[in-house]
Design a protein around this ligand. Structure first.
Ligand code: AMP
Length: 214
């Protein structure tokens, strides 16, 4: 099962991807997570990516395409993968197609999770992430039991620099200009399933399962 999760920042791609990992035992591949780890570790990749990320812009295509080309050949992805946050531009989608052709495989399902902009701003400004395990919380909708501490691993919670309102608006604009065209791209290929991204996490997951033919 090879999946792409499409959807604006804050739509819940990461949350749904984690449930999909448990269901199908295939890895979540998030370019955002890979880039944030590189920034934390101060690698060459991280240094190059940080400026783009901090201002809510996209990291150049060649950088993220290189990351994905390498990651998709790793052992744990042989039976499938869930792409979360990639592709984000038409050139990325075309490069992905070439990489997959070379591996003799193809995307089975592209699931687009749809949420209104104002709801996304509310979700993202309240989002808090764990520094250690990446678990995500929300100050109102899904608070941790002890403020500032992760329920799963007791790590410290923080607000992503790009989850400040001004940067969020910028990320949403980038999504509608550069990533939204992928919806028509995959629709033309007959692979796209759109699902509403509102309601409980479980309800949204049942829509994901339905979209995947389960
Ligand atoms: P995310 O966690 O998916 O919201 O990604 C956070 C940031 O990482 C984005 O705002 C971009 O700066 C960068 N990023 C993640 N994935 C990509 C991608 N596929 N193409 C370009 N930039 C990306």
């Amino acid at each position: 099962m090879d999946f792409i999760l499409l959807g604006p920042p804050g739509a819940g791609k990461g949350t749904q991807a984690k449930l999909m990992v448990d269901k199908w035992n295939i890895p979540q591949i998030s370019t955002g997570d890979i880039l944030r780890a590189a920034v934390r570790e101060g690698t060459t990749l991280g240094v190059e990516a940080k400026g783009f990320m901090d201002r809510g812009a996209l990291v150049p295509d060649r950088v993220v395409i290189g990351i994905i080309a390498e990651r998709l050949t790793e052992e744990d992805a042989v039976n499938g993968f869930i792409l979360d946050g990639f592709p984000r531009t038409i050139p990325q989608a075309e490069a992905l197609q070439q990489i997959l052709d070379g591996l003799n495989r193809a995307i089975d399902h592209v699931i687009s999770i749809e949420v209104e902009d104002e709801e996304l701003v509310t979700r993202l400004t309240g989002r808090r992430m764990c520094k250690e395990c990446g678990e995500s919380f929300h100050v109102v909708f899904n608070p941790s039991s002890s403020e500032g501490t992760c329920d799963r691993c007791s790590g410290e919670l923080y607000q992503r620099d790009d989850d400040k309102e001004e940067t969020i608006r910028q990320r949403l604009a980038v999504y509608s200009e550069q990533t939204q065209p992928l919806i028509a791209h995959y629709e033309e290929q007959g692979r796209l399933r759109r699902i509403p991204g509102t309601g409980s996490i479980e309800n949204i997951f049942s829509r994901v399962l339905e979209a995947a033919g389960n």
